[in-house]
Design a protein. Structure first.
Length: 459
């Protein structure tokens, strides 16, 4: 009997960390589907469990090992019922720690780095005989070998989809493991991105979020043989019938070129929301981080983008307690936050990562100081988020409905500014973009009602 004729096997993939891991998890599921794997809802039901890991901070990386401990127990329970379970570690911890994982966590069958997902079927069949570690950076493009999801599966994943256009990073911020785990910057060819976007649109996708560790450094080969930047790519993708919205994440301030800024002015499909991490507001710390810009460079850049798109809502990442950060440096960060005004943000305590230059720096900041600053910063950022959300009440904005709501009868979607919006209005289908008047502001979502005044809606 052919393997695929047997009962379907079940795979459970748990992703940690960034959106690229969410996208990669889908692509892993897609490459396993022709092998007869269907997705399980729970690890307990799976013949194959994949932990798609994140290495960015110590806490994220350590989570993998505690999760692997739980998986071992689960595997023993399944074995008692006569069921086999394979355990694979993928993602950035796999890439960074490779064979170390096999040593530290018994019971792992396969360690596979992000550049090798297209080889999963072959690696799994090897892993059924021996322990396998594959963390190479192969010369060939994995995307050429990763199959597309079926139309039904794309549809089931909803009308807002991720699409990786760029991977890796050449910036070498001194705190960051990404240049080591994800390697050098590479961009996919425009024709391949367009083909994937068209396939997604054809299945009902309305919104694309272009992903890359440094997505605005995108420089892919265009169909005309020239190198295209992200601005030009966005214009091309906006032409695809059905695509109503475009976003991209995550960006570096140094790579916001004129063409990309102009796209925020000229392209109605490009949402007025930008995640533009600054990390710190202190010039001294920015230099020590190797960010290659000053706080005022960032202020001026934001000003230019806001001139191009006056509706722009901003988001950022921040780190508190980078080595050498003084109270005065931290005050500079607070001042920058007050000057800019953010709609939503992510902020973290500095975490020393092995192999990065900052981990070796003198003047590591004590944990309690990092925490104190993080709390103060987060209080200010939360205040700004709430102020922004309150300012949306009474406004009309287009909402893309992408899922069932929290309560029966509700549907939920996203505003142009990525805020969750709930409504009880009847007749709205998943995939609809509807002009909504925002009527209320809850803790985690806005509430709204449909209006007919499409003309006055934001984005
Ligand atoms: N410690 C704390 N935060 C970090 N980030 C990256 N590396 C570290 C680290 N070593 C944060 C940065 C980055 C986000 C993805 O994670 O703010 O923008
Ligand atoms: Fe890390 Fe800096 Fe590259 Fe972002 S730009 S992935 S923070 S090295």
């Amino acid at each position: 009997m052919h393997e695929n004729d047997r009962q379907p096997r079940k795979v459970f993939i748990r992703s940690y960390g960034c959106q690229m891991n969410v996208y990669d998890a889908q692509r892993m599921a897609d490459v396993l589907a022709p092998e007869g794997f269907v997705e399980a809802e729970r690890a307990e039901d799976a013949d194959l469990v994949v932990l798609n890991t994140c290495h960015i901070r110590e806490k994220a990386a350590e989570k993998v090992y505690s999760e692997l401990g739980r998986m071992r127990v689960m595997r023993a329970e399944r074995a008692a019922l006569g069921q086999n379970t394979m355990i694979a570690v993928a993602g950035c911890v796999a890439q960074a720690e490779g064979a170390e994982i096999m040593k530290r966590a018994h019971g792992v069958d396969l360690v596979v780095g992000p550049q090798s997902y297209h080889r999963l079927p072959e690696l799994l069949s090897r892993a059924s005989r021996e322990k396998v570690v594959d963390t190479d950076f192969p010369a060939d493009d994995k995307f050429d070998h990763l199959p597309a999801a079926s139309r039904a599966k794309t549809l089931a994943r909803g009308p807002a989809a991720f699409l990786t256009v760029q991977e890796g990073c050449d910036k070498f911020c001194t705190f960051c493991v990404v240049p080591y785990t994800r390697g050098a910057e590479t961009s996919r060819a425009v024709a391949k991105i367009v083909a994937e976007a068209e396939r997604l649109a054809d299945a009902g996708v309305r919104e694309l979020t272009l992903l890359g560790q440094n997505v605005n450094a995108f420089h892919g080969e265009g169909p005309d043989g020239r190198i295209w930047g992200l601005g030009r790519l966005l214009h091309r993708l906006a032409m695809i019938p059905g695509i109503a919205r475009l976003r991209y994440t995550t960006s570096h301030p140094r790579d916001m070129d004129d063409e990309l800024i102009a796209a925020h002015r000229d392209l109605a499909e490009l949402m007025p929301y930008l995640h533009l991490p600054v990390q710190s507001g202190s010039n001294r710390i920015l230099a020590a981080m190797n960010r290659q810009h000053t706080a005022d460079d960032y202020r001026r850049l934001v000003e230019r983008i806001r001139v191009a798109q006056p509706e722009l809502a901003l988001s950022s990442d921040f780190i508190t307690g980078f080595p050498g950060e003084t109270d005065a440096d931290f005050e500079d960060t607070m001042r920058l936050v007050r000057d800019i005004g953010y709609a939503s943000t992510f902020s973290f305590k500095y975490s020393a990562r092995p192999g990065t230059p900052a981990a070796e720096m003198d003047e590591q900041v004590p944990e309690n100081v990092k925490s104190g600053r993080l709390h103060a910063l987060q209080a200010l950022l939360e205040d700004q988020r709430q102020t922004f959300n309150r300012s949306c009440v009474g406004r009309v904005m287009n909402v893309l409905f992408d899922r069932a709501g929290r309560h029966p009868g509700q549907v939920a979607g996203r505003s142009p500014f990525l805020q969750p919006v709930q409504t009880e209005a009847r007749g709205i289908q998943i995939g609809d973009v509807v002009a909504m008047r925002i009527t209320g502001n809850g803790t985690n979502s806005l509430f709204g009602e449909p209006v007919d005044e499409v003309m006055e809606a934001v984005a």
